[in-house]
Design a protein around this ligand. Structure first.
Ligand code: MF3
Ligand code: CO
Ligand code: CO
Length: 300
């Protein structure tokens, strides 16, 4: 078994959000409102606001990824994201969500998800997932990418590429009338074919006025889940794929999830809208992630 490459560092003090910025319902208490069962958007106004929230999340994620390099502390990535989100008039959705202490999640190497930005410095050869969620104009937009810190080994490149392919293959089949479990079917097949483990404990989720709502989106095949996609649904797909076993262990901080065998884990996430004919990626950029320059994604 591998040795840990990540240990808990020092978490900086809480970053302030100016009083003029509208906050989600849990911002003061840490407690999200009642779990909503429908993420279907019935008015154009809601969809327009989701587009805006997704656009801000995208812009912030791009800004964060541009700062990933050896020597940068994950807390510095959090600071950059926090400042850009509030300067854009948004609230960083993770901040105090069920007590989460920071504004983004940074998950390095064996950290599967929900890594807390801290004093740990990125080192050459790491892979890091940066997950940005923004509450803007009353809606949440949620996206993440895994990128390379300097040069990484070929196994890391393969893991990251296959994980991205899992997300894109799943997005490709989103349309009204499609079974929700088609997502897990295609992701599980592609990950397995490449010998990787598929995380089961964390799923995609409906999103909108609430950060997390119905439906949950499994990234593995659930034969009995007969729920169907409908026009106007907004949900995330965010597969977490491991080099080794699928199982996770949660640190005593109650957030950081690491792989049980300390193998590396990658993740990509988009917020999606089911349209009349197909799907719109609300957190998509103009360029696909792999063509944004050799810096992060020099895949062979
Ligand atoms: N952005 C994560 C997701 O994709 C959730 C982070 S919740 C937090 O659903 F509290 F850890 F920030
Ligand atoms: Co999400
Ligand atoms: Co996310």
């Amino acid at each position: 078994m591998r040795k840990p490459t990540v240990t808990a560092g020092t978490v900086s003090s809480t970053r302030a959000v100016p009083g003029r910025i509208a906050r989600p319902e849990y911002a003061a208490t840490g407690v999200p409102g009642p779990y909503k069962l429908s993420c279907v958007k019935v008015t154009d106004g809601q969809i327009a606001r989701m587009r805006k929230a997704g656009g801000v999340a995208r812009k912030v994620l791009d800004a964060v990824l541009a700062e990933v390099r050896p020597g940068v502390a994950t807390d510095e990535l959090d600071r950059i994201a926090h400042e850009l989100i509030v300067a854009s008039g948004g609230y960083p959705s993770p901040l105090n969500y069920m007590g989460f202490p920071k504004s983004i999640c940074t998950s390095v190497n064996e950290v599967v998800v929900h890594g807390i930005p801290d004093s740990r410095v990125l080192v050459e050869g790491d892979i890091v997932n940066c997950d940005v969620t923004v509450f803007y104009d009353g809606m949440h937009g949620d996206c993440s990418e895994t990128v390379f810190v300097g040069e990484v080994d070929d196994a890391a490149k393969k893991l990251v590429r296959v994980t991205w392919e899992c997300l894109m293959k799943a997005i490709d089949l989103v349309r009204p009338g499609q079974l929700l479990n088609a997502i897990g079917l295609v992701i599980e097949a592609h990950a397995r074919e490449n010998g990787f483990g598929i995380v089961r404990e964390f799923t995609g989720h409906g999103i909108g006025e609430s950060f997390h709502m119905s439906p949950y989106i499994a990234h593995f095949f659930e034969p009995d889940n007969t729920a169907v996609m409908e026009e106007g649904m907004t949900f995330t797909i965010e597969p977490m794929i491991n080099e080794g076993v699928a199982e996770c262990i949660i640190w005593p901080d109650k957030w950081t999830a690491v792989t049980a065998d300390l193998s590396r884990s990658a993740q990509f996430e988009h917020t999606l809208l089911v349209t009349r004919n197909g799907v719109e990626i609300l957190t998509g950029g103009r360029d696909p992630w792999f063509s944004r320059g050799e810096k992060s994604f020099a895949l062979k």
